[in-house]
Design a protein around this ligand. Sequence first.
Ligand SMILES: [Cu+2]
Length: 326
Amino acid sequence: MTRARCRALAGVAVGIVLLAACSKASPNALEPKGPDARSIADVAWLMFAMATAVYVVVAGFIIVGALRGAKASRISDNAFIWVGGLFAPIAILAILAVVTVKTTDSLRTPDPNPLKIEATGFQYWWAVEYPDEKVTTANEIRVPAGRPVEIGLHSKDVIHSFWVPELAGKVDMVPGQRNVIRFTADKPGEYRGQCAEFCGLQHAKMAFLVVAEEPGDYERWVIRQQRPRSGPSSEREAAGEQVFMRSSCAGCHAVRGTEAQGTLGPDLSDFGSRRTIGAVAVPNTRGHLAGWIENSQSIKPGNLMPPVQLEPDELLNLIEYLEGLS
Ligand SMILES: [Cu+2]
């Protein structure tokens, strides 16, 4: 290899490491924010340490061998084969096997009194239900920080995979089957989740947020969701509700306490307090919401919500209504 090419390669390698270190926006499984993700990261580091040790020893032997020249070795070939070829690999793999099985087992052990949630994957969004609280939402999973969470995983169409790198491992959502994932978030914060199984055109934009809150804040959200809806608080909202119920929206979306009970799209009962639109495709702002309703295909091409034709004032009222849902 020429010196220039060598330098270029080294440059690329350094670049990749820096990129990995700097891209704070993407969640990092090696920066765990809960005990379950931490135990997985510990196994990853152990594997890395052992692989590094093997690499250093083998590379060391190669260098020593190259420098010794033709001098005969003091260690017999047989000793090398027994130790390096048999005992050392068996010991290393045995340690990893025990650690991996123990970790997997502890990840599967049910916690006492977990918060129970059922999550269902759809092409390209997530339905979220709290069966004990009788609350339904979508794309944002609110949990109290510090309390163990147990989520039943389902799918209504193809195989998806539920992955929140900072909180837990990855578990598939398989049609006709209920898998379970367990985790606890140490502290309040937003933890990005991602579908980790190619499920169609917009798989990459099938993300979600786990929002861990102080237990009191979480309780207040639950109580707000359980209260009967108070109805529109302004004329504009009332007009927007009319538009929602009259046009196609209500056929695909549900809003708690109204006649809108569609299940083809995300439940919108607390949409106004959601941070994003379209399963974390864009931030939940007025402009993005207008763009989403007029033609969500320009934001998330291939998603299953059709463009909706509305008069400008109908659109404004509708936005007012959606922003008021919390
Ligand atoms: Cu998916």
